[in-house]
Design a protein around this ligand. Structure first.
Ligand code: MG
Length: 203
C-alpha cells in the first residue's frame, strides 16, 4: 500500500506558506507505516518543536492502473474521507532551505491520519464537498473541494503517469488554508459534510 500526497493544491494555503501556485501537481509519498491506526493516540515526535496539522480530502484507490486518462479516473476510486497530513514544519523548512527531500518532516510513523471512509455513490460530488478540522472544539480549517487547483481526477491522471496505482493506495489531495501547530493534550476532530469521521488526541 502506498500513500500519495499532493502539496499546494489550494491557492489560499500556497499563499499562507509563501509558495508560488504550481503549474502541475506537487507529489510526495508516505510509507504505509505512516498511517495512524484508528483509535490510537498520536505521540508528538521528539524531533520537532513545530508540528502542524493539515486536514485534507483522501480517496482510496479501488482498481490497479497506470497512465489513467482523466476522463476515466473516477473508475479508480470508490471511497473517500478526510485525514491529516501531519507535518514537522520546522524540519520541513530546514530541508527546503537546503534543497533536500522532506520525507523526515512528513512521512514519519503516524503522520497520516485517515478518517472513516464513505462510499462514493451516484449522489457524491467530490468537486463540491465541505470539510473542517476542529482543534479543542474550535474550527481551525474549513475546506471546500471546489477550491482545489487540481481536482481529484486530474491528480489521478497525473500521479499515474509516474506510479502504478494499486488497490488500497491512498491519495491525500492537499490542504486548504489555516494550518497550524498542535501541542500535547490537543484534540483534533475532522468533519466531512458535517459528519465526524475522525478524532485524534495528541500525547
Ligand atoms: Mg498536505
Amino acid at each position: 500500500m502506498k500513500i500519495f500526497c499532493i502539496g499546494r493544491n489550494y491557492a489560499d494555503h500556497a499563499k499562507e506558506m509563501k509558495n508560488d501556485l504550481p503549474t502541475e501537481p506537487v507529489i510526495f509519498m508516505k510509507p504505509k507505516n505512516a498511517v495512524l491506526l484508528p483509535g490510537k493516540p498520536f505521540y508528538y515526535p521528539e524531533f520537532t518543536k513545530d508540528l502542524h496539522y493539515e486536514c485534507e480530502l483522501v480517496v482510496r484507490i479501488s482498481k490497479n492502473g497506470k497512465f489513467i486518462a482523466e476522463k476515466f479516473a473516477h473508475k479508480y476510486y470508490d471511497e473517500y474521507t478526510i485525514g491529516i497530513d501531519f507535518t514537522a514544519r520546522d524540519v520541513q523548512r530546514e530541508q527546503q532551505k537546503k534543497g533536500l527531500p522532506w520525507e523526515i518532516a512528513k512521512a514519519f510513523d503516524g503522520s497520516a491520519v485517515v478518517g472513516e471512509f464513505q462510499p462514493i455513490t451516484e449522489e457524491t460530488n467530490l468537486l463540491d464537498l465541505e470539510f473542517n478540522l476542529n482543534k479543542n472544539g474550535i474550527a481551525v480549517q474549513e475546506g471546500k473541494t471546489s477550491d482545489m487547483i487540481f481536482a481529484v481526477d486530474k491528480l489521478i491522471a497525473h500521479v499515474s503517469k509516474y506510479f502504478t496505482l494499486n488497490i488500497g493506495d491512498l491519495l491525500f489531495t492537499g490542504t486548504p488554508a489555516g494550518v497550524g501547530p498542535v501541542v500535547p493534550d490537543d484534540l483534533l476532530e475532522g468533519f466531512l459534510q458535517h459528519k465526524k469521521v475522525f478524532e485524534v488526541v495528541i500525547k
